[in-house]
Design a protein around this ligand. Sequence first.
Ligand code: PLP
Length: 380
Amino acid sequence: MSLDVETRLARAGIGTDPRTGAISTPIYQTATFAHPSLGASTGYDYTRSGNPTRSVLEDIVADLEGGVKAFAFSSGMAAINALLQLFKPGDTILTSEDLYGGTYRLFFDVFESWGLRFVQVDFSDTATLTAAVKLYSVKAVFIESPTNPLIRITDIKKVCQFSKKNCLITIVDNTFMTPLCQRPLTLGADIVIHSGTKFLCGHNDTLSGFVVVNSHEIAERIAFIQNAAGAVLSPFDSWLVLRGLKTLAVRMKASQQNAGKIAGWLSKNSKITEVYYPGLKSHEGAALHARQSSGAGALIAFRVKNKQHVKKIINGVRVITFAESLGGVETLITYPFTQTHAAIPEAIRKKNGVTENLLRMSIGIEHIDDLLNDLKQAIG
Ligand SMILES: Cc1ncc(COP(=O)(O)O)c(C=O)c1O
């Protein structure tokens, strides 16, 4: 019987421990496993290579994204680090102009010195893409949609078609939408990555990351890298993400409902000049986002008219918390200019729109009246 994704999420892990029938997936807190005899294995040898708690989680994430295999890592950055090892010195990866600051740092401050090249492009500009493919030894494209922090939307299907035509691997960071709202592999992408730290886990208590692939060939290579490099998700953290996943659907519904109301309120406030949220008709890319996703998400970015106002808002919020990260049940406000995107050189930050008057919020599941009242008193 095929089950709805909400049912699959709520029942995640049930039936995976036939010996005891445990409803909550057991935490196999072991580094190693006894072998029945020489040359025989239970299927598990050593936790870096595979662990039953992690396997349950990886199978569920693969199922949610529609991939052939998922791999769990100790953080989102560890997942991206592993997938970059698919490439060789001299290879070029085309990437979005707007990008999470940590990803930018890994690309330009770590992997460029190992010989990979990253070229930031506007994916809506086919002429630039075609020129880049002619100029460099392009092997892949890496996109976020929506982007962090400016919530820019990229046409995933169109990028995948371009990639296929040019024999490139398409990688999509699906952290902001989760497989509940957007499934890039079904739109033609080859690899999806996640910071599982965010919505998948959902409680701001665990770091995790995922690589999900749609081909056995890439799966084999990532499995090799995961085991060889070793930044695997621990059994206990795997269990925490599994527990978080069970409520993903209700959390996403509540967060998105709150986010829609807050974005509407912000867009009417005279002290705010721009609101970036794909649930607003005015948002560039709103129609495209609606075509490729089934929800507007819970991330909102906005610009205040006067940059001095930023401090008043950040120091003024009482319910909402000033902290980095996103995707948890708690509403957080972040200042990308000095926090999440500080690793990007200032001139590039400013050119891309990550300026001193930009704030980003990740909307949680608190009561909407408390969130709106808090914003009213902090923004004025
Ligand atoms: C879009 C996106 N991708 C990747 C990451 C990295 O994930 P982690 O913090 O789990 O390493 C983040 C972190 O904020 C992110 O926002």
